[in-house]
Design a protein around this ligand. Structure first.
Ligand SMILES: Cc1cc2nc3c(=O)[nH]c(=O)nc-3n(C[C@H](O)[C@H](O)[C@H](O)COP(=O)(O)OP(=O)(O)OC[C@H]3O[C@@H](n4cnc5c(N)ncnc54)[C@H](O)[C@@H]3O)c2cc1C
Ligand code: SF4
Length: 328
C-alpha cells in the first residue's frame, strides 16, 4: 500500500501553493483521477481537494455570456436555466456524457482535464508516449478504432474524449485559471494541445495552476444550437464522433455559424474551414456537404478508424440540416 497525502485548502492561492509541489494533484469529483490511480496510471503523493474553494456558481456576464465556476457539477450545469436557454449545445453535450451518477460528481474543471481513453494509455503495462515520453506509440499499428483522424502526430494519435469541451470550443469559451505566476486565461481552441512531439502535455495549463472558471461569451444565435454524438450504445459511452453546432440563417443564407468536432483529434476540433465555407452560402444540404468535405479533406485515418471520416461528414451535415429547420 502506498500512502497518499490529502489537503483541503480554504482558498485558491493556498491551493496553487500546494499544487506547485511535485507529486501534487487536484481532486474534484475524482471520477477520472481516482480511476487512473486504481490502474496505476496516476500515482500522486498528495491530493489537493479543490471542492472547498467556492468555485461553484454560474453567473450572467454583461455581454450576454456566462461565467461558469470550475467546481460546478455537470448535472447542475446542464440543468441551469441560463445554459439551457442561451446555449442548448452545452446542455446537450453535458447530458450526452457518462451517466447520471457520474455527472453528479463530475466538475467543469475535471471534465476539461480528463485524460484520453486510448487503451494503451490506460494500461500501465504497455509503452505509451503520453504516459512515458519516448517509449513509443503502439496505437499507430495496434488498436486505433477510437483514435484521432485529424491533427495527430507520429508520436500520438490519442483523442480528447470529452463532450462538454466540444460545445465550449464551438462557443469560443475562455478558461480562467490561477497559476504560480498569478491569474491567466486560455481560449478554446488553444487550451487543449495537439500532440506534436510532446503528447504527454494535454493542455497549455501551467503546472500547479487551478482552473477557476470558464467564460462563455454572449452569442445572439446561441439558442439555435445543438450537439449530436455518435456512439456504440445509446448512453454511458464515449463519442466515436460528435458535432457541436450553432447556426444563424436569414433569408435562406448562412449569416454565421460555429462548428466543432469531438473525438476526432487530441483536442476538441474547431471546424473553421467548414465555417468559412458556409458563411454567405445558402443553407442547403449541398452547401453543408461541401463545408464538411472542406473540413475533412486533411483527415489521415488509420485502417481501424477510417469509418470516422464519413461518420463525421454525415453527422456534420445532419446537425446543420436540423438547425436549418430542414427535414431533408
Ligand atoms: C464510465 C465513465 C464514462 C464516462 N463517459 C463520459 C462521456 O461520455 N463523456 C464525457 O465527457 N466524459 C465521460 N466520462 C468522464 C467524466 O466526465 C470525467 O471523469 C469527469 O468529467 C472528470 O471530472 P471530475 O470532477 O471527476 O475530475 P477529477 O477526476 O477529480 O479530476 C480530473 C483531472 O482534473 C484535474 N482537476 C480537477 N479540477 C481541477 C481544477 N479546478 N483545476 C486544476 N485541475 C483540476 C485533476 O487533478 C485531474 O487531473 C466518463 C467517465 C467514466 C468513469
Ligand atoms: S495514441 Fe497517444 S496515448 Fe495512445 S499509445 Fe499512442 S502515445 Fe499513448
Amino acid at each position: 500500500m502506498r500512502p497518499v497525502g490529502y489537503e483541503r485548502p480554504a482558498d485558491v492561492r493556498s491551493a496553487v501553493g500546494v499544487l506547485s509541489r511535485p507529486g501534487a494533484r487536484a481532486l474534484a469529483g475524482g471520477t477520472n483521477l481516482v480511476d487512473l490511480m486504481k490502474v496505476g496510471v496516476e500515482a500522486p503523493e498528495v491530493l489537493v481537494d479543490v471542492n472547498g474553494l467556492g468555485l461553484d456558481a454560474v453567473e450572467a456576464l454583461p455581454d450576454g455570456g456566462l461565467r461558469i465556476g470550475a467546481g460546478v457539477r455537470n448535472s447542475d450545469l446542464a440543468a441551469d436555466v441560463l445554459v439551457r436557454t442561451r446555449y442548448p449545445v452545452l446542455a446537450r453535450a453535458l447530458l450526452s456524457g457518462a451517466s447520471g451518477q457520474l455527472r453528479n460528481m463530475a466538475s467543469v474543471g475535471g471534465n476539461l482535464l480528463q485524460r484520453t481513453r486510448c487503451p494503451y494509455f490506460m494500461d500501465a503495462t504497455k509503452p505509451c508516449n503520453k504516459r512515458e515520453p519516448g517509449t513509443g506509440c503502439p496505437a499507430r499499428t495496434g488498436i486505433s478504432r477510437g483514435l484521432a483522424v485529424l491533427g495527430a502526430s507520429e508520436h500520438c494519435i490519442a483523442t480528447h474524449p470529452g463532450d462538454m469541451a466540444v460545445a465550449l470550443t464551438a462557443l469560443g469559451a475562455v478558461v480562467r485559471f490561477e497559476g504560480p505566476d498569478g491569474p491567466g486565461e486560455l481560449p478554446m481552441p488553444g487550451f487543449h494541445r495537439l500532440p506534436g512531439d510532446a503528447p504527454q502535455r494535454d493542455t497549455e495549463l501551467p503546472p500547479g495552476a487551478v482552473i477557476t472558471a470558464v467564460d462563455v461569451p454572449g452569442l445572439p444565435y446561441g439558442p439555435v444550437s445543438t450537439y449530436r454524438k455518435a456512439r456504440e450504445r445509446a448512453s454511458f459511452a464515449f463519442a466515436l464522433v460528435s458535432v457541436a453546432a450553432a447556426l444563424d440563417v436569414a433569408d435562406g443564407q448562412v449569416r454565421d455559424v460555429r462548428l466543432a468536432l469531438g473525438s476526432v483529434a487530441h483536442a476538441p476540433w474547431r471546424a473553421r474551414r467548414a465555417e468559412e465555407a458556409l458563411r454567405g452560402r445558402s443553407a442547403t444540404a449541398a452547401s453543408f456537404r461541401e463545408a464538411a468535405d472542406a473540413e475533412l479533406e486533411g483527415a489521415e485515418p488509420t485502417t481501424d478508424n477510417a469509418y470516422k471520416v464519413p461518420l463525421a461528414r454525415r453527422l456534420l451535415v445532419g446537425t446543420l440540416l436540423e438547425l436549418a429547420g430542414s427535414g431533408r
